[in-house]
Design a protein around this ligand. Structure first.
Ligand code: UT7
Length: 324
């Protein structure tokens, strides 16, 4: 027998306000046609004034716990993946912890930008496998609208705000690739590519929050190559093949990247959960938002194998295999 991190429930939250491409095109030299064709994005949700990352995270957390029939008191740990924390410190996760009435255990943030959810899953999985925690709430939550340069059409059209959560619990499983739960996580980073995707501010460097800067074309090129490798490693480590994957649950940066990964897995695009049209790129929140949508509408069923993958600033990238 082996301890696995089993998915108990998921949940998500999107802010009410929707900004369409057409509305953006009124303020910027861009068009609905360009944004849709190059990215697949039609609209994005934006947090209201005063609505913080922890507010979004808390709503996703509450929905998840309610669905599992549990409360914050039943958790041992909270891991929040975010690159847009409420404050420089303390961790956004501790705000969520307090709001959930959780007074034991611990809460921490993980910073891996768009790969954050895969990184946070890996952190949570290792707490569970080592016996340090039995129930861990993993949250991806972002308010990227706060770090966008709204005059830079090459970046501001790409991102949105939102949050998603997944509750993991330690359970004994036979120790095979047919087990339920997280079969593996694979994490990678290469800090040499800092300048291709970064925020030009920070407490130590500029004492400001800063704005997101990206060399989109270069990031795209690295993403396709790195994600393909991360997928190969995940399958090989579990002696599984592309035929075993039921659903691709990818980070939603560009529909063309998702299509390339589906093609690599010999999956029809219908077998990839695609939310980018409505959510845009919500960084660490995009995978749990997509996961929750497909669980809610019944596409993802118990026993099915999900392949999660993401790539982001750093560069960071990674993959996870999760049997629902
Ligand atoms: O989540 C983290 C990881 N992020 C990613 O994976 C993002 C990866 N990159 C991408 O998704 C794509 O590279 C973008 C969507 C960011 C850009 O698409 P592209 O096909 O690589 O376009 P480009 O940057 O090469 O720009 C093509 C043209 C340029 O004009 P010229 O130089 O050809 O005259 C841009 O100035 O499109 C222009 N352009 C725009 N036009 C209208 C750039 N942004 C816009 C815009 N509206 N919003």
């Amino acid at each position: 027998m082996t301890i696995r991190s089993i998915a108990l429930a998921c949940g998500s939250y999107l802010p009410d306000h929707i900004l369409t491409n057409a509305e953006l095109a009124k303020k910027l030299n861009t068009s609905d046609d360009w944004i849709r064709k190059r990215t697949g994005i039609a609209q994005r949700h934006l947090a209201a004034d005063g609505e913080t990352t922890s507010d979004l995270a808390l709503k996703a957390a509450n929905q998840t716990l309610e669905r599992a029939g549990l409360t914050g008191k039943d958790l041992d740990a909270i891991v929040v993946a975010t690159a847009t924390p409420d404050h420089t410190f303390p961790a956004t996760a501790t705000k969520v912890q307090a709001a959930l009435g959780m007074t034991k255990g611990f809460a921490l943030d993980v910073q891996a930008v768009c790969s954050g959810f895969v990184y946070a899953l890996s952190v949570a999985d290792n707490f569970i496998k080592s016996g340090q925690a039995k129930r861990v709430l993993v949250i991806g939550a972002e308010t990227f609208s706060r770090i966008l340069d709204w005059e830079d059409r090459t970046t501001c059209v790409l991102f949105g705000d939102g949050a998603g959560a997944l509750l993991l619990e330690a359970q004994d499983q036979p120790g095979q690739s047919s087990d339920r739960g997280l079969l593996s996580t694979h994490l990678f980073s290469d800090g040499r590519h800092h300048d291709l995707l970064y925020v030009d501010g920070g407490p130590s460097k500029t004492q400001t929050v800063g704005h997101l800067r990206m060399e989109g074309k270069e990031v795209f090129r690295h993403a396709v190559k790195n994600l393909a490798n991360a997928i190969d490693e995940a399958l090989a480590a579990n002696a599984l093949s592309d035929q075993d994957v039921d659903w691709l649950v990818p980070h939603q940066a560009n529909v063309r990247i998702v299509e390339a990964m589906a093609k690599k897995l010999n999956l029809p695009i219908e077998k990839a959960i695609v939310t980018i049209e409505r959510h845009a790129n919500t960084s660490a929140a995009s995978i749990p938002l997509a996961l929750n949508e497909a669980v809610e509408d019944g596409r993802i069923q118990p026993g099915q194998l999900l392949l999660l993958e993401a790539m982001g600033g750093g560069f960071t990238w990674g993959s996870a295999l999760l049997r629902w």
